[in-house]
Design a protein around this ligand. Structure first.
Ligand SMILES: Cc1cc2nc3c(=O)[nH]c(=O)nc-3n(C[C@H](O)[C@H](O)[C@H](O)COP(=O)(O)O)c2cc1C
Length: 219
């Protein structure tokens, strides 16, 4: 696959089939992850693959509690605003994300494979998210959809206990990525164009160009 296609079409793919992810694909996902950079090349990371239904059955209820906390705290205001003005374009976009994220929570146990990423001494996430994204890009190249979630932060201790994460070592939970073969089609993620969020030479310096449409498209 063209690298541009992987970059432009890797997005939260939460509606997936239950079909298992072959070990050869799992190898590619993990080998891509550990190619990523980390500060000082310390590689102080650990990746846990989860595919055991018994483990997923323990994690599912914890995850749903976490997502309830997500909607009730950080997204509380946006959720209320979207429900109050459902026609508003921002509300429409938000509710799409809400329904998709809720689908993931409701079907957590059905995802055939998950990757939990942990790091040490890196509260910024700068030394772990490149690896997580590499894993997601590798999955995309293999035709596997993925979705990143950090909601387990809300009940990190309960999740770590299920996974047997040692108390020593100060392992910080960074992300859980669910994987699965998509039920739908791939598409380019809509985003605010680069020229609206980028400048040149100073904070509000003119960039000098605009990019009204994505520079890569499915056609
Ligand atoms: C740091 C981070 C944390 C995220 N946490 C969650 C989460 O808790 N639950 C969830 O369903 N999605 C989570 N997501 C996925 C985002 O909702 C998703 O990437 C975003 O809505 C864009 O989706 P799109 O690429 O399909 O447009 C997270 C993504 C990132 C980068």
């Amino acid at each position: 696959m063209d690298a541009w296609e992987a970059i432009y079409t890797t997005r939260a793919m939460r509606r997936v089939k239950k079909d298992p992810i072959p070990v050869e694909v799992q190898k590619k996902i993990l080998d891509a992850a550990i190619r990523a950079p980390s500060g000082g090349n310390t590689q102080t990371w650990r990746f846990l693959l989860v595919d055991d239904p018994a483990v997923k059955a323990k994690l599912g209820p914890i995850y749903r509690e976490c997502m309830d906390m997500v909607w009730g705290s950080i997204y509380n205001t946006r959720l209320d605003a979207a429900k109050a003005s459902p026609e508003d374009p921002e509300s429409v976009e938000f509710m799409k994300m809400y329904r998709s994220a809720s689908h993931l929570a409701e079907h957590f146990e059905d995802y055939p494979l998950m990757l939990f990423a942990f790091c040490q001494f890196d509260t910024s996430g700068g030394s772990i998210f490149p690896a997580v994204w590499n894993a997601m890009l590798a999955a995309r190249i293999e035709g596997v959809g993925s979705s990143l979630t950090s909601a387990f932060h809300f009940k990190g201790d309960a999740m770590k206990k299920v996974l047997g994460v040692p108390e020593e070592g100060n392992w910080i939970f960074s992300a859980c990525v669910t994987f699965g073969y998509p039920t739908g089609r791939w598409g380019v993620a809509p985003r605010r164009p680069a020229h609206e969020v980028s400048f040149r030479n100073s904070w509000d310096g003119a960039l000098g160009f605009e990019i009204p449409e994505p520079l890569w498209s499915m056609d």
